[in-house]
Design a protein around this ligand. Structure first.
Ligand SMILES: [Zn+2]
Length: 681
């Protein structure tokens, strides 16, 4: 099988450079590639191994021990020092996002351990990736527990497996490469920080370049072997250059001036800790070695900043990574101006502080604005909410109300016991969590329930002819643990954006509450979606996605005003949930309806008809078994209590807007729910 040649990739210069620098200096710590689908990200990653230096291994060792320095703790060891040496190409191992824990870290055969007394360990992908490349496509969709295992292994350079007291440890150092489409959700900050470098990959814009991409792709698909043969020489040259740079790396010097540039830039970009400085220094050194220089210069520092910093200056989960080139130029200039003889608080040091103040000043004003909107909400909402029917829509040129400052939201859960993907919301049968029962295993046991296993074996000891000490175990005795943990859900918001909700201060409070629930969903690894309704129709403002950023952006820009087609909103939500149930059947939905419960129809219709339609739509959702919460946004002196009626029809929980916060005073005593069994923890 021939992969696409690395040298033949067109228009991915940043990505190829970042991969090459990691190949020269694996200590840089890997690469995350962000970009839309169809940009040859995966093709480029898979092409890398062909130009990586070959790896010397102990023959027969499943853990790729280096003959020059075998792992003393190698499960296949100890290795004979005089053993022959085998050389094989560097390896690329792909980790599928839905892989099991056993697939990643390896599996211990408990049946053989118990019945034969043999420690039988089947190595996983981490072992296979040792001294090579571990590639995760769609790394942003990787299951949480795999992320944790990956982070542990990457931090320690070791993989550790333990099952019921039987444990195995082996070396696992690898170049971690992830690709992702940010439209499908951002990465957990801890995992983001683990990647040394990031690049954005986008399809080239120039028609000539695009034409060359297509030309080569057609040729490669037509006759892969012949195409690969055309690039053999270039691949050889590239491989030799990487090997030479790797050999030169140890002797490359990082002068004080260049180091000061690095630290000045990191300070100017306000990164956390010193990890960014270290990664930048290693990248600059690798770039100098790659360029054939013996000393790091300003160009190496600039390249390193572009690759190492974009993902390290995030302020909250909604900020996309990025780097301001002008700010980079300025910081580099400042470092140059400062010179070696200037005191640390000289003119150069002022600029980073100044830019920092600018940023925080903006943040403060935004917070103030949000805060005052919330404060005003209680009073201003009264007039708009209590009047007859529909409040006058705001002036058409009025910009959307800003969201009030988000707060910690209370935990809303789906009742019952799910089987969905691991997360942090509703109760579910999961691979991790606490043991609640035992059962006869359907497949190989990974989670042994020891007491139940012993109890199963005990009655048969006489019949099995037990002679000495110790139980006689058979495979059929094995019992596995049944565990209960938490799953992620699909949280679908159905938000009333009509005129009755449109009092600016109140909409600001509503947006603040929804934003808080969105942040909560981000932390709990939920999918989110949003349906809004106003005027003549309901629309899907955001199809179900893992991108909470996208949801927050849509929410901020949400316009308000017009009539209140509540029934249309509920029916659209039902549509979205039906489709999503087909796509992701085990992910249970939670519908959050944000409304004051009012429903108005077109000018000519009878006033009661829209309310009845909404009731019917709600009953439909209830019949489909959709768990729901109604967030009652009604405020003011005269209240109609329509949201109570809606919650009853939905068979769902009812929360007042001010009860969405986790620490709201009233949260413990209120029980206006239509179904007493429904719990809001
Ligand atoms: Zn070994």
């Amino acid at each position: 099988m021939s992969t696409y040649p690395f040298s033949a990739v067109v228009g991915m210069d940043n990505m190829r450079l970042a991969l090459v620098l990691n190949a020269v200096s694996p200590a840089i710590g890997g690469l995350l590639v962000r970009g839309e689908k169809g940009t040859a990200k995966s093709t480029t990653v898979r092409a890398l191994t062909a130009v990586l230096p070959e790896v010397a291994v102990v023959p027969g060792c499943r853990f790729s021990c280096d003959p020059a320095a075998p792992d003393p703790a190698c499960p296949d060891g100890p290795h004979d020092a005089s053993a022959p040496v085998a050389v094989r190409p560097a390896r690329l191992v792909e980790l599928p996002v839905g892989a099991s824990e056993d697939r990643l870290v390896g599996s211990l055969d408990l049946e053989r351990a118990l019945t034969e007394g043999v420690k039988a360990y089947e190595p996983g992908l981490l072992a296979a990736a040792h001294r090579g490349v571990l590639y995760v496509d769609e790394v942003n969709l990787l299951h949480d527990h795999l992320v944790d295992l990956l982070l542990d292994a990457a931090a320690l350079g070791t993989s550790y497996v333990e099952r019921e007291g039987v444990s195995v440890r082996h070396a696992a150092r690898f170049l971690l490469v992830g690709t992702m489409n940010p439209e499908e959700g951002e990465l957990r900050p801890q995992l983001l920080d683990r990647f040394g470098l990031t690049v954005d990959a986008s399809a080239p814009r120039e028609p000539d370049v695009r034409a060359e991409v297509v030309r080569r792709r057609l040729a490669a698909d037509d006759d892969p072997a012949a195409f690969a043969a055309r690039w053999v020489d270039e691949e050889q040259v590239l491989a030799e250059r990487i090997a030479r740079a790797r050999g030169r790396l140890a002797s490359v010097v990082l002068p004080d001036a260049a180091l000061r540039q690095i630290t000045t830039v990191c300070a100017a970009f306000d990164v956390d800790g010193l990890r960014a400085d270290l990664v930048m220094a290693r990248t600059a050194l690798a770039h100098a070695a790659w360029s054939g220089r013996s000393e790091v210069d300003a160009e190496d520092v600039r390249v390193a900043a572009r690759l190492a910093l974009p993902h390290r200056r995030r302020r909250n989960p909604f900020d996309a990574p990025g780097l301001d080139e002008q700010q980079l130029d300025q910081a580099l200039q400042d470092a140059a101006d400062q010179g070696p003889d200037e005191p640390p608080d000289g003119p150069g040091a002022g600029a980073p502080d100044g830019s920092g103040q600018d940023d925080s000043g903006q943040d403060d004003s935004a917070v103030d604005e949000g805060q005052s909107s919330v404060d005003a909400g209680a009073g201003a909402g009264a007039g708009a909410g209590a009047g007859a029917g529909v409040a006058p829509p705001p002036a058409p040129e009025a910009p959307p109300a800003p969201a009030a400052t988000p707060f910690r939201a209370r935990l809303l859960t789906v009742p019952g016991l799910g089987t969905g993907a691991a997360g942090r919301r509703s109760r579910a049968r999961t691979d991790s969590g606490r043991v609640t029962a035992s059962r006869i295993p359907a497949e190989r046991v990974t989670r042994l329930h020891l007491p139940a296993t012993l109890v199963a074996a005990a009655p048969h000891q006489l019949a099995r002819g037990r002679a000495g000490r110790g139980l006689v175990m058979r495979g059929e005795d094995l019992r596995e643990s049944v565990r209960e943990g938490r799953e992620g859900n699909l949280v679908l918001f159905c938000v009333d954006a009509s005129g009755s909700m449109a009092a600016r201060a109140r909409m600001s409070a509503v947006k603040g509450a929804v934003l808080s629930l969105l942040l909560d969903a981000y932390q709990r690894r939920d999918k989110v979606g949003m349906v809004t309704f106003r005027g003549a129709e309901a629309q899907v403002a955001l199809p179900p996605t893992s991108s909470v950023e996208a949801a927050a952006a849509r929410l901020q820009a949400l316009p308000t005003g017009g009539r209140t087609p509540l029934a249309a909103g509920l029916l659209r939500a039902a549509d979205v949930l039906r489709v999503e149930r087909m796509r992701d059947p085990s992910r249970r939905p939670l519908l959050v309806v944000v409304t004051d419960g009012r429903a108005t129809g077109s000018a000519g219709s009878a006033p009661t008809a829209p309310v009845e339609q909404a009731q019917r739509a709600a009953a439909l959702l209830a019949a489909a078994g959709v768990a729901s919460v109604v967030v009652d946004c009604e405020s003011g002196a005269v209240r109609l209590g329509l949201a109570v009626t809606l919650a009853t029809a939905l068979g769902g929980e009812l929360l007042r807007l001010d009860e969405v916060a986790a620490d709201s005073l009233a949260s413990s005593v209120r029980a206006r729910t239509a179904t007493p069994s429904r719990k809001v923890a």
